[in-house]
Design a protein around this ligand. Structure first.
Ligand SMILES: *[C@@H]1O[C@H](CO)[C@@H](O)[C@H](O)[C@H]1NC(C)=O
Ligand SMILES: *[C@@H]1O[C@H](CO)[C@@H](O)[C@H](O)[C@H]1NC(C)=O
Ligand SMILES: *[C@@H]1O[C@H](CO)[C@@H](O)[C@H](O)[C@H]1NC(C)=O
Ligand SMILES: *[C@@H]1O[C@H](CO)[C@@H](O)[C@H](O)[C@H]1NC(C)=O
Ligand SMILES: *[C@@H]1O[C@H](CO)[C@@H](O)[C@H](O)[C@H]1NC(C)=O
Ligand SMILES: *[C@@H]1O[C@H](CO)[C@@H](O)[C@H](O)[C@H]1NC(C)=O
Length: 445
């Protein structure tokens, strides 16, 4: 009798999280967490309701990919002495960041979309742009879009708080915090949101965006009490960031979704449901537990990310199947997919002709008219087929060899990344309320 009880208890634990063993093998400086859903579960068909609250996102190029997960992991691994993602920052031409327009207390403004951080900020008019040494340089060097012309709609926080955040390759943004209304998707207004109007930045901009919209969790917000030059952990205070506030104000169901378009470097972001995009195969959907990847062990405390992560069943490629389990971060700001080295190598060999590793780029290259293998990622038993056309970047040509970059790169010790090359093949639902990541296939034919 007792055995039965113990046995079923054990089963329950395993059933509750089937991949606990995978998550224990985290590389140095990485921690995985499995968040708990806060909302009663709903059937997928109910969840897959089309949302009327959606907005376009568009790709912007800049001189850095500092905010791509690959670059952030690279900088982090170098600091903690890991071996994954070395030198990926040198492939800086290959990150696409997505921008979207919001209305900030009545003023339209373009913000970068970031699912890895939580603070929302805009650059204020008289900001000080500084170089890596903190020395003032002309504002134009920071390359922001138009600065936000006004002050906080509801005044500053009391007592005064400031934001201090350090991004991937050392970019720093700081400024006072206060409260303003932010309108998304044309008419969805989050009232009295705590935001920052940055007045001091070390930033590599794109001349388009004027700030950033962070869609991660409250636990990694970066607000501090006290003067702006002080940000020790003791003075840090957590606050309710954009998406959390939107849900608590009843403006959105606790999920958002992103569809990245093919070819056009644009897409759609929907709040509370899925966007009305063409070509969804609603028969082919998958739901998996959401895992959160946290970066830890960093000397600077004010440098935190948490990434939406999944553990797929495995990969099918070239009539082979690989079912080893690894965590993969889902990131629209990273162009390529980063896989375990042995698997990246095997898939690249399956191109005809085989792709070769070029050190200068830390990526694989093959003939620009090569035939790619048939590759699919299997998630919760469902197959998500990569469009062969997405597996070779015909505009990323190495001038020395005339070869083109492939979409499958090596991710060292991980965690691995599903970038745009994957996201173009599926609508991705960040179902925060049920702690699930959901995918709906977008076949290319
Ligand atoms: C990283 O870049 C440095 C400097 O360019 C080089 O010496 C080093 O070998 C590179 N590391 C790897 C793993 O490529
Ligand atoms: C901002 O700069 C303008 C001109 O450079 C100046 O007139 C104004 O007083 C400044 N405002 C603040 C708040 O510093
Ligand atoms: C930024 O704002 C804070 C708080 O209002 C102020 O203490 C600081 O001097 C300002 N810094 C710059 C560079 O304007
Ligand atoms: C405003 O919201 C309603 C319902 O939430 C939606 O049907 C409508 O399309 C939205 N209008 C715009 C311009 O976004
Ligand atoms: C932004 O504009 C400045 C000035 O026109 C230019 O020098 C810089 O190259 C531009 N940066 C980007 C990323 O487009
Ligand atoms: C994408 O671009 C390729 C080559 O530039 C073209 O052949 C293909 O038709 C385009 N696909 C779509 C859906 O526009």
């Amino acid at each position: 009798m007792l055995t039965v009880v113990i046995f079923s208890f054990f089963l329950l634990l395993v059933a509750a999280f089937p991949h606990a063993d995978v998550l224990k093998r985290a590389p140095p400086g990485i921690r995985f967490q499995t968040p708990k859903g806060t909302h009663p579960s709903l059937s997928f068909s109910k969840l897959a309701e089309t949302s009327h609250n959606h907005q376009r996102i568009h790709g912007v190029r800049s001189k850095t990919n500092a905010r791509s997960v690959a670059a952030i992991l690279g900088a982090h691994q170098r600091q903690v002495g890991g071996t994954g993602y070395e030198n990926i920052t040198v492939t800086n031409a290959y990150g696409t960041q997505y921008a979207t327009e919001v209305t900030w207390s009545g003023v339209p403004i373009n913000l970068l979309l970031d699912t890895g951080s939580s603070d929302t900020w805009a650059i204020q008019r008289n900001f000080s742009c500084v170089d890596y040494a903190g020395e003032p340089v002309p504002q134009i060097v920071c390359a922001f879009g138009p600065s936000y012309p006004a002050t906080f709609q509801y005044g500053e926080t009391s007592p005064p708080q400031h934001m201090f955040i350090r991004y991937g390759d050392g970019e720093i943004v700081t400024g006072p915090m206060g409260f303003s209304d932010i309108t998304l998707a044309g008419n969805l207004t989050v009232t009295k949101l705590q935001v920052c109007l940055a007045n001091n930045t070390y930033w590599y901009g794109n001349n388009v965006t004027s700030g950033l919209m962070g869609l991660a969790f409250p636990s990694i917000t970066n607000a501090y009490i006290g003067p702006q030059y002080e940000h020790d952990p003791g003075s840090q205070v957590e606050y309710s960031p954009l998406f959390t506030s939107m849900v608590s104000q009843g403006k959105s169901r606790p999920m958002f979704s992103i569809a990245i378009d093919r070819n056009s470097s644009s897409g759609v972001l929907a709040w509370g449901g899925i966007p009305p995009v063409k070509g969804l195969d609603r028969e082919n959907d998958a739901s998996v537990d959401m895992v959160i990847t946290n970066l830890i062990d960093i000397p600077e405390t004010a440098y935190e990310y948490s990434f939406y992560t999944i553990i797929p069943d495995g990969w099918d490629y070239d009539q082979k199947t690989d079912i080893k389990k690894y965590p993969y971060i889902v990131d629209s700001g990273t162009t390529l997919c980063y896989l375990p080295p042995y698997l990246a190598s095997a898939i690249n060999q399956a191109f005809n002709p085989s792709a070769v590793w070029l050190w200068a780029y830390m990526a694989y290259f093959t003939s620009c008219d090569a035939t790619p293998p048939i590759v699919s990622l299997v998630i919760a038993g469902k197959r998500f087929l990569f469009n062969p056309a997405d597996l070779i970047y015909r505009d990323m040509v190495d001038p020395e060899t005339g070869l083109c970059m492939t979409a499958i790169a090596s991710g060292g010790t991980g965690p691995y990344i599903l970038g745009d090359a994957f996201m173009q093949n599926a609508l991705v639902v960040f179902d925060v309320g049920h702690a699930q990541m959901r995918f709906i296939s977008r076949p290319y034919y």
